[in-house]
Design a protein around this ligand. Structure first.
Ligand code: NAD
Length: 481
């Protein structure tokens, strides 16, 4: 059971409605029950943080850094336990969950450092001083998805709190337990309860937060559709940071090492069950290597062990929800109907241990055409499409031929063409000879086009903390003049 945190009290929703979260690997198991909050809970949370965050805003940078650092230590106390909860709630494999559990405290420590590095500037001025100072925005709403329920919120709560803001945290309705763990760690570390609220629930809560004028900044990670709605709601005087969907390509040129290329494609496409915003969903292969690469990718996909993320040797867990499962199956049908050829996967695996979960075997299509739905729309699951091209220029054109621009990869030993690709491709992130997934925690992260507003990249230190602060310019002279 988890609860909302409003004004320092753990409570249910005002309407006393609750929802159950079930284990996606075995839906007979209830993992949590959480408040199914409504707009009025969102408004109460904003009211509580607007009234209560000032104590935190006045706290010294040293203290803010200490709280974030201690919260990191709390989260590091029992990584196995946290990772096991994450597997049961979201469906990752244990190895993937441990990766997220380790990254989250590291993020908090990174932002603890940022609390100490917030600076203003001074400007030359005759007979006085002009300086700019950084102040917190006030109330920040953080609206997050389910696929990284610790890592993504820590990249929002960390910098927002480092800068002295109060935060209303609206996690995905799919992952209430992990959201609670993050908030509990911050409270145990000494964050004043007035500086944070946690509101569980669905789109109604998120929409109410975005619409509330007392919220100075909305940081959102999720689908492009929902991001668009938030952007339309928040007017010009408040700010939004939107990190959204992707349709990430890997270009494989004719000089690539095909075993390495196949490993890179399979890791990027089927890691996290294909449920990563940066996951590979298109392989754009040069005609000279297309068939051989396809064969290697199909063989690797067929060998992947699909099952409960806690079971020994499992390499791909379930899809997180029934909706995800239905969506993936639907896109497999769409691909077939569009005339693409399904080589493997797309159906539930066999076996009694997977009968009660949202499992789908990794799917590989060839003959996908650039304008088809399978090539254009984000599936957010283990469905990979091969597109055949005849030249480097065509590969770049096809890579750019969607509305998204999050992560794009190229596999080639030819550094000149790799650099040309990095310069030309319309993508916020470019990976050369690496999977499209997996990012450094100290480098700017975010997309272009429909993948991001580019308001302020996440993970980007100084650049990122600008989103969470207001610049104020002060003119000062010793005497009135
Ligand atoms: P989603 O857009 O359905 O939901 C995200 C959050 O928004 C949830 O907390 C949800 O309750 C809330 N929400 C829903 N309707 C809302 C509304 N009208 N107003 C305000 N909030 C609302 O996304 P999801 O299914 O949780 O996550 C998957 C999506 O997230 C994919 O599109 C994926 O690419 C994207 N994603 C992007 C990144 C990135 O960094 N670019 C990272 C992870 C996931």
């Amino acid at each position: 059971m988890t609860a909302n945190l409003i004004g320092g009290e753990w409570t249910g929703a005002a309407n006393d409605r609750w929802t159950e979260r079930r284990n996606p690997a075995d839906t007979r198991e209830v993992v949590a029950s959480a408040p199914d909050s409504a707009a009025e809970d969102a408004r109460s949370a904003v009211g509580a943080v607007a009234a209560g965050y000032h104590e935190w805003a006045r706290t010294s940078p040293e203290r803010r850094a200490e709280v974030l650092d201690t919260a990191a230590t709390v989260l590091e106390r029992d990584p196995e336990k946290l990772a096991t909860e994450l597997v049961a709630e979201e469906g990752k494999t244990l190895a993937e969950a441990l990766g997220e559990v380790r990254r989250t405290p590291a993020n908090l420590r990174f932002y603890a450092g940022e609390a100490l590095r917030l600076t203003g500037r001074t400007y030359p001025a005759a007979g006085g001083l002009v300086y700019s100072a950084r102040q917190p925005v006030g109330v920040v709403a953080a609206i997050t998805p389910w696929n990284f329920p610790l890592n993504i919120p820590s990249r929002k709560l960390g910098p927002a709190l480092a800068a002295g803001n109060g935060v209303v945290f609206k996690p995905s309705e799919v992952t209430p337990v992990l959201a609670r763990r993050l908030v509990e760690a911050l409270l145990e570390a000494g964050l004043p309860a007035g500086a944070i609220a946690l509101v569980h629930g669905g789109g109604e809560v998120g929409a109410a937060l975005a619409a509330d004028d007392r919220v100075g900044a909305v940081t959102f990670t999720g689908s492009t559709t929902v991001g668009g709605r938030i952007h339309a709601t928040v007017g010009p005087s408040r700010r939004t940071q939107l990190e959204m969907g992707g349709k990430n390509p890997v270009v494989v040129l004719e000089d690539a090492d095909l075993d390495r290329a196949a490993d890179i494609v399979v890791r990027g496409a089927f890691g996290l069950s294909g449920q990563a915003c940066t996951g590979t969903s298109r392989v754009i292969a040069h005609d000279a290597v297309h068939d051989e690469l396809l064969d290697r990718v199909v063989r690797r996909a067929e060998r992947l062990r699909v099952g409960n993320g806690l079971s020994e040797g499992v390499q791909m867990g379930p899809l997180a929800t029934r909706e995800q499962y239905d969506k993936v199956r639907e896109y497999v049908r769409i691909g077939i109907a569009e005339g693409a050829r399904l080589h493997t996967g797309g159906e539930p695996p066999e076996g009694t241990d997977v009968r009660h979960g949202h499992f789908v075997r990794p799917a590989v299509f060839s003959g996908v055409t650039p304008g088809s739905r399978l090539a254009q729309e984000e599936v957010f699951g283990p469905v990979l499409g091969f597109l055949r091209v005849g030249s480097f220029d065509e590969a770049v054109r096809v890579a750019d031929g969607t509305s998204y621009g999050l992560s794009a990869g190229i596999v080639t030993p030819d550094l000149a063409r790799a650099l040309a690709f990095a310069e030309r491709v319309e993508s916020g992130l470019v990976k050369v000879n690496q999977p499209t997934t997996g990012m450094a925690m100290n480098a700017p992260f975010g997309g272009v086009k429909d993948s991001s507003t580019q308001t302020s990249k996440e993970q980007a230190g100084e650049q990122m903390t600008h989103f969470y602060t207001i610049d104020k310019t002060v003119y000062l002279t010793p005497e009135a003049r």
